[in-house]
Design a protein. Structure first.
Length: 806
């Protein structure tokens, strides 16, 4: 129920559809709704006071309280005139802003309890200056609009004080309802003035821009009319001289190409519309050129052209073996893929994504798949692509618009079933403004890409016959929805023996041929190739190896051309050292002797497996830990967890607990310019820190990897093959891995495991026993093997567990 209260007024309510009325102004408006007429009658029967407020949505016929703005104007009805059509014209004078407290809008009765809103008196030079600016801008607005305003209104505005200026000017502006309501709802006159000044300046800019555009349009129309006249005259002259109209001939050729393109019915329909439009255009107009280019793209697309697939698995195996050495698991998966395709007579299936370090043969493997299937091969690189329009094309409204990379590649392949390699899919650039990876979702989804629509073509194109293969260095930067659409095949780095075979079979013959060296002129010894691999390259792939072989060939060619030495050259390790200079890589990555505060970790980067040296040192301090070497957040947390484990197990490790409070620990990973991150360095971090506090050296020939928990358990890691390969390259003898990774060892080639003593450990105790020169005193009697889960009832606690029980 509505009830009066101090400073509240109960009055008839008049909702307005479009108009926003202001205090200190007189506004005429028309009333047609019965409830509004009743409210007006009620006001006339009393003191003529009425509250006028604007609806949020003009289309609402019977507004409720939520349909009305909160702030309206309390004023007086000056005059009412009934019109022949049944509506009423009323003249309203606004007095004061008021806010709705409660309304009664039922039973055709519009009443409101409102609270008048007093306005503070504006003061200050800034307010006066703003008011003067508004008056100046308003004069400019009137001139631009060519509006005729009554002299009385202009005089009122010129003489108005800052408080009333906004209410007098706003009703005269051609701004929308929301802006007017915002000005009405602003109670503070100083704030209202600032807002009005901003609105006026925006309106002036818009009017100036409209004026410029109008003049440009007039000039363009005049120029177009002139061009049309001259073209008509030119056609008349050509007709009199009997010259052939080349544009007609070109149009006829285009029409015939449309017929021969064998397009789908819907596409041909769209093409015929564009042809009809082109016939009506002047051949020299810019729009005709746009339509012509569009039609050229449509007729040149391979709508029906396709190559016959060759699903001979033996031939495919031979092609893969000819082009690539090793990679047995990868080749096996590709053969399985082709076998399923042969049985189904279709290659619709999971999208294969080859993930591995640079130079391991991802791109060449895709070429081999195309050769095995006898399909056309095209490649696109997504490295650095930051705009989804590069995938889906630009709309034809833009100047120089073109289709996206996908459609361009299919056109280049000249068949609708090529092998399309999407290279570097993990290098897509994402920003707040564009996400090209989202555009790739439709492309790589077999359920959606049969109706792929490029923004330029604006017709559906069937991509389901295309065999998509993707490559990436890591899956870390591929968005999860995109990764979900692909089956990842990991390609680890090559072993030294594999590199030797690849160099002998592929790299050396290719480089010799490209440098004009025949077998009679140059011969590589196996030991020389091995020397290049060991001392002049350090990579997972073979790109650097090929570059070094090319460098040797160039230097040999230079010697032969200058006539120095024999007419043929045998490349030996001694000659390699002479031609390539001092080896940039030392094989002595590991320490020569056992050392305190040192541990050798293993990591995986986009370049393959790497040895990771970890150093720790103590200094006088107050128990702080300092981490250097450009460590990521995860690795920093691993270091702190390792420190916490050592500190919480100080008694078991024979460490005086007071040492922690009197010393600062510094953990450093050399090669400080290289970013390092990941949890798998937890185990070597514990060994380095424990060695630092116990002064027990770590065995220099032992490398280790594993994530650790605060209870001392060693948990599973990834990239085992790449890490073991790094240990093999570093000539380490023993590698400690988590027990949970023991199941992955059969997948690692025997060549990598040969010469490596790979030991699986369950907890830190076992690692101490194997990696430290001597076991910490109090740990000698502790059990070193955690029982299996089946015998959990007899489980022997780790030091952390024992500490928790005491």
């Amino acid at each position: 129920m509505l009830s009066p209260a101090d400073s509240f007024v109960i009055t008839p309510l008049l909702p307005m559809r479009e108009e926003v009325v202001f205090p200190r102004s007189t506004s005429p408006f028309f009333i047609g709704r019965k409830a509004s007429m009743d409210a007006l009658e009620k006001a006339l029967a009393g003191e003529r006071t009425i509250f006028v407020v604007t609806q949020r949505d003009a289309g609402v016929e019977e507004p409720q309280e939520g349909d009305l703005y909160e702030v309206g104007v309390l004023g007086r009805v000056l005059q009412v005139m009934r019109l022949p059509n049944g509506t009423v014209k009323a003249l309203f004078e606004g007095h004061q802003r008021a806010r709705i407290i409660e309304t009664k809008l039922a039973s055709g009765e519009y009443l409101a309890c409102v609270q008048p809103l007093p306005e503070p008196e504006p003061s200050g030079e800034a307010t006066e200056a703003t008011a003067e600016k508004i008056k100046e801008r308003f004069q400019g607005y009137i001139k631009q609009q060519n509006k005729k305003i009554r002299e009385e209104s202009v005089r009122k505005i010129e003489q108005a004080d800052p408080r009333s200026l906004t209410d007098l000017i706003t009703p005269l502006l051609g701004i929308d309802r929301e802006q007017k309501q915002k000005l009405l709802a602003t109670i503070d006159p100083a704030q209202r003035l600032k807002l009005l000044l901003q609105v006026l300046e925006e309106e002036l800019k818009i009017r100036q821009l409209e004026g410029r555009l109008k003049k440009q349009a007039q000039r363009q129309i005049s120029s177009t009319q002139k061009d049309d006249y001259l073209q008509d005259q030119l056609r008349s002259i050509q007709k009199e001289l009997g010259q052939m109209d080349d544009s007609r001939t070109e149009l006829e050729i285009l029409t015939q190409r449309v017929k021969d393109a064998k397009m789908p019915e819907s596409v041909e329909e769209e093409t015929q519309k564009e042809l009809k439009k082109l016939r009506l255009m002047s051949p020299l107009s810019s729009e005709a050129n746009v339509v012509r280019n569009y039609l050229e793209w449509l007729v040149s697309m391979p709508w029906q052209e396709k190559t016959e697939d060759n699903f001979d698995l033996d031939r495919a195996q031979n092609v893969l073996d000819e082009d690539h050495y090793g990679m047995e698991k990868v080749k096996e998966r590709i053969i399985e893929y082709l076998a399923v395709a042969r049985l189904k007579d279709s290659l619709k299936g999971p999208i294969l994504c080859l993930v591995g370090p640079p130079g391991v043969g991802k791109t060449s493997l895709a070429k081999s798949v195309a050769r095995a299937l006898e399909r056309n091969f095209v490649r696109i690189s997504l490295g650095g692509v930051r705009d989804d329009a590069e995938i889906r094309g630009h709309r034809r409204t833009y100047i120089g618009a073109m289709p996206g990379k996908i459609i361009q590649s299919v056109r280049k392949a000249k068949s609708n079933n090529p092998v399309l390699l999407i290279d570097e899919i993990d290098k897509l650039y994402q920003s707040a403004f564009s996400d090209p990876s989202a555009a790739m979702l439709e492309v790589l989804d077999p359920e959606q890409n049969n109706t792929f629509m490029d923004h330029y073509l604006e017709v559906e194109y069937n991509l389901s016959n295309v065999l998509f293969l993707c490559t990436a260095n890591t899956t870390q930067h591929i968005p999860a929805p995109l990764l979900d659409r692909m089956e990842v095949i990991q390609l680890a780095g090559y072993t030294e023996l594999e590199k030797q075979h690849i160099a002998e079979r592929f790299l050396v013959p290719r480089q010799c041929k490209s440098h004009g060296l025949t077998a009679k002129r140059i011969r590589f010894r196996k030991l020389a190739i091995g020397d290049v691999i060991r001392n002049y390259t350090r990579e997972a792939g073979v790109r650097s190896l090929e570059r070094e072989v090319g460098k040797i060939c160039r230097k040999v060619v230079t010697r032969l051309v200058r006539g120095k030495g024999k007419k043929s050259v045998t490349v030996t390790p001694k000659l390699v050292n002479e031609l390539l200079g001092v080896p940039p890589f030392s094989r002595d990555v590991k320490e020569d002797a056992n050392a305190v505060g040192f541990a050798m970790g293993l990591g995986v980067t986009s370049m393959g497996g790497e040895l990771m040296l970890i150093e720790a040192g103590l200094m006088v301090g107050a128990g702080k830990i300092q981490l250097t070497g450009k460590l990521g957040d995860v690795m920093q947390e691993s270091a702190r967890a390792a420190y916490s484990y050592v500190r919480s197990n100080a008694e078991f490790l024979g460490i005086d607990p007071e040492v922690f409070g009197k010393s600062d620990l510094h953990v450093h990973l050399p090669e400080g310019a290289t970013p390092k991150d990941g949890p798998s360095a937890g185990l070597p971090l514990i060994l380095a820190i424990a060695s630092t506090f116990t002064k027990i050296p770590v065995r220099h020939e032992v490398a280790m990897t594993g994530e650790i928990t605060l209870r001392g358990h060693v948990t599973e890691i990834g990239g085992l093959k790449a890490k073991l390969l790094a240990a093999k390259r570093g000539e380490l003898k023993t590698v400690l891995i988590p027990m949970e990774n023991e199941k992955d060892l059969p997948e690692v080639p025997d060549e990598i495991k040969e010469g490596l003593n790979v030991v699986a450990v369950r907890n830190v105790n076992e690692a101490f026993e194997l990696a430290l020169e001597t076991h910490p005193t109090l740990l000698r009697n502790q059990p070193l093997v955690t029982p299996s889960p089946e015998s959990a009832a007899e489980e022997i606690p780790t030091p952390m567990d024992a500490a928790a029980q005491t």
